[in-house]
Design a protein. Structure first.
Length: 529
């Protein structure tokens, strides 16, 4: 089962900002702490040791034990939870939304990247312990982003409504959804394993947070993964001083805005609010805004004076929820974390936050782009070879790929560049002649040059179009293969659900990926299964 790869920079699927970050361009160095290479983790460990409040380990372990109380967990996960109480233990963290049945494939890649990095760190720094953590985004409220998954080209959507934090959402109503999905799975051994996993996760647990924890634990418990739901009053108590500063000083807004100015040559991932906090209840998650000397809960009639909101913060910190700007800070306060692993979009918004972390004196973690993978079958890999296609070819945009293959397999050259070069030389001569005789002819010569170049370009386009028609059968095979590997002209890992490949590989799928993926390698892996 071979592994091939293509660099992130050559894949065509990473933004300029991420490419420049991976290349450690000097302009971006003020926006991160230590770049994620194995040797730099020693510096990160020292910084975190000096700047982490080890008292926060006590509620962390206590809350994790409470959240895992009803779950059957591996000895390794149990050991990792206990190790978090020790000052020599650090975490590597990834976060992910509570997508139904894990959502897109990259859910696996994020977690496997995290697990594999802890193994590399333990080998390099044996005197310390490293725990892989999956941070469940239980306080998100954009249900439309997570209420579906794609399976074999079909979208399976959970038709219900959610207005509060999704982790608290009831799983009631998923029985009907499961019956439809189960029919698509079939009755193979692997299909039956998937059915049981879905049933045990979503039909036997009352909330989406509990269901997702069960699912992730079922897939990764043997690797020692620790899953955390930070929607907890006990955890948020450590965050109270920073929530208070956010309410009164708006430090995050000021510092992040300054950083965004430095990123003006790039696409900005997120923009800060003046107050980057939500007010939450079971069926409510709305922004906190400051208007007319009152703290208002947006789209409601609820409001607080300064004294009232600070009293509420002390008595009920669980009613305050960090948004995308504040959540990373919350994570780094409650976890002894060294590194955050995320996709390109996540890394882009982390790069906006370094000055904010500096302002509140919290160590900024290393930020690592997660592994990306294209899964292929042996049949697809063989077809690519037969068509003379490299993986780099298949990663190009569809129209560019068709044009390139047409040029490649055409029995005669379609490129009229040599003719254009001859034309340019002829008009150079005519232009010189016009200069020596009558300069008024110069404009006429230039107009004729433009006209004839345009004519050659049109001929070239018509020739390419004619060859595409002639080579239609071969080109259709190329397009069909690319569509299989890049559904909806998008990355497979953003479209397909893991269950599609689990049907084929079963319980070998995750060990295979774990064996192949190297978290510190900046390559897009192509794995043939």
């Amino acid at each position: 089962m071979p592994t091939d790869c293509i660099s992130y920079q050559n894949s065509g699927y990473f933004s300029t900002l991420i490419q420049d970050y991976l290349e450690q361009k000097p302009d971006l160095k003020p926006l991160y702490n230590n770049f994620p290479v194995l040797e730099n983790f020693e510096k990160q460990i020292i910084e975190k040791q000096q700047n982490f409040n080890n008292q926060n380990r006590i509620p962390l372990v206590s809350v994790l034990k409470e959240q895992y109380a009803a779950l059957e967990i591996s000895d390794l996960t149990q050991q990792n939870i206990e190790l978090l109480a020790h000052e020599s233990t650090f975490t590597v963290t990834t976060g992910h939304q509570l997508n139904l049945f894990s959502g897109p494939l990259y859910f696996l890649y994020k977690i496997i990247s995290t697990i594999n990095l802890t193994k590399e760190l333990k080998s390099k720094y044996p005197n310390f312990n490293f725990v892989p953590v999956y941070w469940m985004a239980t306080e998100d409220h954009d249900f439309e982003e997570i209420n579906y998954f794609n399976f074999k080209g079909k979208k399976f959507r959970w038709n219900t409504e959610s207005t509060g934090p999704v982790g608290r959402l009831s799983t009631e109503g998923l029985t009907e959804f499961f019956e439809i999905y189960a029919l698509e799975l079939g009755s193979s051994t692997n299909a039956n394993i998937l059915k049981k996993l879905f049933e045990d996760a979503y039909l036997k647990h009352n909330t989406l947070a509990d269901a997702t924890r069960f699912l992730a634990n079922g897939l990764f418990s043997s690797q020692g993964l620790v899953i955390i739901d930070a929607d907890s009053a006990d955890l948020k108590r450590a965050f109270v001083p920073y929530i208070k500063e956010e309410l009164l000083e708006q430090t995050s807004f000021k510092t992040v805005q300054e950083t965004i100015e430095k990123l003006k040559n790039y696409t900005v991932q997120v923009n800060p609010r003046e107050i980057n906090l939500f007010y939450i209840e079971d069926n409510l998650r709305e922004r906190i805004v400051f208007e007319n000397d009152k703290f208002m809960v947006n789209n409601t009639k609820t409001s607080f004076s300064k004294e009232e909101i600070l009293n509420l913060l002390e008595s009920n910190p669980e009613k305050f929820s960090p948004n995308v700007i504040m959540r990373p800070l919350y994570q780094e306060i409650i976890l002894p974390n060294l590194c955050y692993i995320g996709g390109g979009g996540e890394i882009a918004y982390w790069l906006e936050l370094k000055s904010f972390f500096d302002a509140v004196n919290i160590t900024f973690p290393m930020i690592l782009v997660r592994n990306s993978v294209l899964l292929t079958t042996e049949k697809q890999a063989k077809k690519a070879d037969q068509l003379g296609l490299s993986w780099k070819d298949l990663f190009t945009k569809p129209a560019d790929l068709v044009n390139a293959v047409t040029h490649k397999i055409s029995e005669f050259p379609i490129d009229l560049t040599p003719q254009k070069e001859i034309l340019e030389k002829q008009f150079e001569y005519l232009s010189e002649l016009a200069q020596k005789t009558d300069k008024s002819f110069t404009g006429a010569v230039k107009a004729q040059e433009v006209k004839q170049k345009k004519g050659l370009e049109n001929l070239e386009k018509r020739l390419l179009k004619a060859q595409k028609r002639k080579l239609n059968d071969q080109l259709e095979r190329v397009v069909d293969l690319q569509c299989q590997l890049f559904p909806n002209n998008s990355l497979q890992e953003r479209q397909s659900n893991f269950s599609e490949f689990y049907l084929e590989k079963g319980e070998q799928l995750i060990p295979l990926l774990t064996q192949k993926l190297k978290p510190l390698a900046t390559n897009f892996s192509i794995i043939t299964i």
